[in-house]
Design a binder for this molecule. Structure first.
Ligand code: BYC
Length: 342
């Protein structure tokens, strides 16, 4: 179909109307290629983040200080795997198969969240990750439940419910430590000092340096800008830090009466750029582990594929057999649908 330069194609018009109406786009709907591309990029990078994000915490499963802590942490890490799976499934509905998305991660062409390139050094880091990292994730992801692409928005609803539990468990770890011995309180403060800045950077570059935000907001994928969500997060964690009896490592953090928000200091954006280019403290290790895990899982994929093939062959054989039976059966015994030619 061709259109004159200034005429809007009917399918584009329909898409624009759905967006203007704040309705949902579903996989069967026509969508501009750029919309498909930016969603595939964002959803798959989100999925990669969940999968890589399992590593810093998995590192502490064997060293959790009690059986109860160990089971809670294991459940949380399993949740992250589940989030990765919902998100890969959602990304696949846009037309890119999962092995291709996975390959983009393994070959370093796709990004994952900067935060997971930092080491988890102490048990208190499990608290800081839960409270700050999952807390930032919730702030960022609750508005994504209303993303215009149906399968993404629906996946985010369940993810956000689980993230709330994750944040609570992080808070509780830090609360126990900050109300424990001097050494425990020091360990909690040290974890918060290290994760505060990187957690604020999870929201992405400042708005002026965010090439994707404007279009993603026009398409109702993102509902708020990176800086708006970062501000919302800062406003949320300041009173929480006070309740924990811990401080946030920013001398410029101060309530601004006029703005009715907390002002906060400039973040280290050079460090952020370096981390997202693969030069974070743990970037090499994270990717190495991911590739090893992928290789070690080859037998599972092969076994699953062989099983699916066998099931399909059995189903085809059974269908053949059924056809044969119905063809040779007297008309009174044939299924009604066949008799009426359906
Ligand atoms: N890290 O134009 P911008 C979790 C990239 S999982 C790395 O603002 P956009 C959890 C960005 O991709 C947390 N890269 O981009 C899991 C873009 O590069 P490309 C993950 C970043 O997409 C386990 C470029 O910088 N959450 O919570 O409009 C355990 C320019 O940025 C980062 C999600 O993925 C970053 N922090 O906005 C515990 C949420 N920030 O792609 C917890 C969904 C930016 O053009 N994603 N970049 O090469 C989003 O909401 C948005 O994609 C972002 C970035 C706000 C992250």
């Amino acid at each position: 179909m061709t259109h004159t330069d200034d005429a809007v194609a009917p399918e584009q018009e329909h898409f624009d109307a759905l967006i203007a109406d704040d309705s949902r786009i579903e996989p069967r709907d026509w969508m501009p290629e750029a919309y498909r591309k930016t969603l595939t990029r964002q959803i798959s990078q989100h999925a990669h983040s969940e999968i890589i994000g399992m590593q810093p915490e998995a590192n502490w499963i064997t060293r959790a200080p009690s059986l109860k802590r160990k089971s809670i942490l294991m459940a949380k890490v399993q949740d992250e795997a589940g989030h990765g799976l919902y998100l890969y499934s959602s990304a696949e509905t846009l037309g890119t198969p999962r092995p291709v998305l996975n390959d983009q991660l393994l070959t370093g062409r796709a990004k994952y969240s900067s935060i997971f390139n930092y080491p988890a050094r102490t048990w208190a880091d499990m608290g800081a990750i839960g409270w700050l990292v999952d807390g930032a994730a919730i702030c960022n992801q609750v508005p994504l439940c209303r993303a215009s692409y149906g399968p993404y928005g629906r996946a985010m609803v369940r993810i956000c419910k689980e993230e709330s539990f994750h944040q609570r468990q992080g808070w509780e770890i830090l609360y126990e430590l900050s109300h424990g011995t001097d050494a425990q309180k020091k360990m909690a403060q040290d974890a918060v000092d290290r994760f505060y800045g990187p957690a604020l950077q999870m929201f992405g570059p400042p708005d002026a340096d965010s090439p994707n935000s404007q279009q993603s907001m026009a398409w109702n994928i993102k509902r708020f800008s990176n800086d708006e969500l970062r501000q919302r997060f800062v406003d949320m964690i300041v009173p929480q830090a006070e309740a924990l009896g811990l401080t946030l490592p920013d001398p410029d953090l101060v309530w601004n009466e006029e703005r009715q928000h907390y002002d906060y200091g400039e973040l280290d954006w050079d460090e952020f750029m370096s981390v997202i280019k693969g030069r974070g403290p743990c970037s090499v290790q994270r990717m190495k582990r991911r590739r090893e895990a992928h290789e070690n899982g080859a037998w599972v994929r092969e076994a699953a594929a062989a099983y699916a093939e066998r099931q399909a062959a059995r189903a085809a054989e059974a269908a053949n057999h059924e056809d044969h039976e119905t063809e040779t059966a007297p008309s009174s015994q044939r299924p009604a649908a066949q008799l009426i030619g359906a």
